[in-house]
Design a protein around this ligand. Structure first.
Ligand code: C5P
Length: 403
């Protein structure tokens, strides 16, 4: 899945011959799963029609501060458009538009939108070789880069003028790949290895029965998705769960029992930077698994249970560079118990959720948690979706620790 999937991309088109390539560029963004809106300078519409770009982007194209149709006049808010964008790409960017962007000459909707945008702005210049090499242009590009904009360098090749040299707008595929890589690298967990455990474990009694719990795995899966969205290489070790993470670049390893989870975790633990144990691991398992289905002959049946390995505590014991975060699901003496686990298991943080909180806990789509760091600072978050909780937990980890 592309990092651009689900993102709002604003494409600014200025009046260079390379504008004809923006039709293909728009297609590539849409194919990557992005929402695309296009803002054009008035002159650029002589190179590519708004109809082409609105059809491909599936959104109206704007170019004037006020649009007129048969009945209405519509005010196109550059502020709204600028704030809508997660990423703004100006392609092609002519020498004229570069100069206006440097000076803030907001005499068209595109430049006004550029000045209003708070998101990362990518600029793909395109012009003839001598214009591209002119000190005015190079200085403008340097200035724009110093403002924090990201320049996608022009390429060398045959130019519309027939001359050969540097100044050709980067090819649409190159622009998309450039943006994807740049975004990926700027993510807070880029290059970090993150391990998440999720779901329940099932401890077999006989070939058909098991001891388990009501964990759905939702919290752990949301954490894994969030970490992947933040650029991490994620390994998700999941007990039996109906949850899916197919659309995410996550290495999912399915296990059934605590022992299997333990073994899977320690295959990866050494290389991890961050580990979050969200699994509801069964504390006990039957001392032996009956080889045949147990018959209901007696009125009472006694099962002898033995302790499972405490996976999290075992990780705490051999912790090196890893930031280690556990969960505590408590029904009484919540804080005291959570703090006890934090210390005993040698954790960097513990996420407490109380079954006493309405809307929190197993199977629910929402959760309410308190994050306690190793210095015993406590942050309580509101009741919210598990997706939002996952985001808060990872952001909190990143605020406190250097992962
Ligand atoms: O001690 P308790 O089971 O309440 O601790 C909960 C935390 O420990 C959770 O993060 C859970 O994933 C982890 N845990 C574990 N292995 C166990 C039991 C719990 O990793 N056997």
């Amino acid at each position: 899945m592309s990092i651009l999937s689900g993102k709002n991309i604003l494409l600014g088109v200025t009046a260079g011959i390379a504008a004809y390539k923006t039709a293909h560029l728009t297609r590539l963004f849409v194919r990557a799963g992005a929402q695309v809106k296009v803002v054009m300078t008035p002159k650029s519409m002589e190179f590519v029609t708004p109809l082409t770009l609105s059809t491909l982007s599936k959104n109206p194209v704007v170019s004037e501060f006020i649009s007129h149709d048969e009945e209405n006049e519509t005010w196109n808010s550059h502020v709204e458009l600028g704030l809508w964008a997660d990423y703004f790409l100006v392609a092609p960017a002519t020498a004229n538009s570069l100069s206006k962007m440097v000076k803030g000459t907001a005499d068209n909707l595109l430049i006004a939108t550029y000045l209003s945008a708070k998101c990362p702005v990518y600029i793909a210049p395109a012009m003839d070789l001598d214009m591209y090499k002119h000190p005015s242009t190079t200085q403008n590009l340097d200035n724009l880069a110093s403002f924090g904009n990201i320049i996608i360098p022009a390429e060398t090749g045959e130019l519309a003028s027939g001359l050969i040299g540097e100044g050709r707008m980067a090819e649409p595929e190159t622009i998309v790949a450039f943006m994807e890589q740049h975004i990926q690298k700027s993510l807070p967990l880029y290059g970090k290895n993150v391990l998440i455990t999720a779901g329940p474990t099932y401890e077999s009694i006989d070939p058909v029965r098991f001891i388990g719990n009501h964990s759905s795995g939702k919290m752990g899966f949301e954490l894994a998705k969030q970490a992947a969205g933040m650029g991490a290489n994620v390994v998700l070790i999941a007990g039996p769960s109906q949850q899916s993470c197919d659309d995410f670049p996550i290495k999912r390893i399915d296990v059934t029992s605590a022992q299997e989870m333990y073994e899977a975790v320690f295959q990866y633990y050494d290389q991890m930077h961050l580990v979050i144990a969200a699994a509801a691991v069964a504390d006990y398992k039957p001392v032996e698994v009956a080889s045949q289905k147990i018959k209901k002959s007696e009125d009472q049946l006694t099962l002898t249970l033995v302790k499972n390995p405490d996976i999290l505590a075992a990780m705490g014991k051999v912790k090196k560079q890893q930031i280690l975060v556990g969960f505590a699901l408590e029904t009484e003496n919540e804080l005291e118990n959570a703090l006890g686990k934090l210390k005993r298991k040698n954790l960097d943080a513990i996420v407490l959720n109380s079954l006493q909180d309405f809307g929190a806990g197993f199977q629910k789509d929402t959760n309410k948690v308190t994050f306690i760091d190793r210095f015993e600072n406590k942050t309580t978050f509101a009741l919210q979706s598990k997706k939002e909780v996952a985001k808060d937990i990872i952001n909190q980890i990143l605020t406190i620790y250097h992962v």
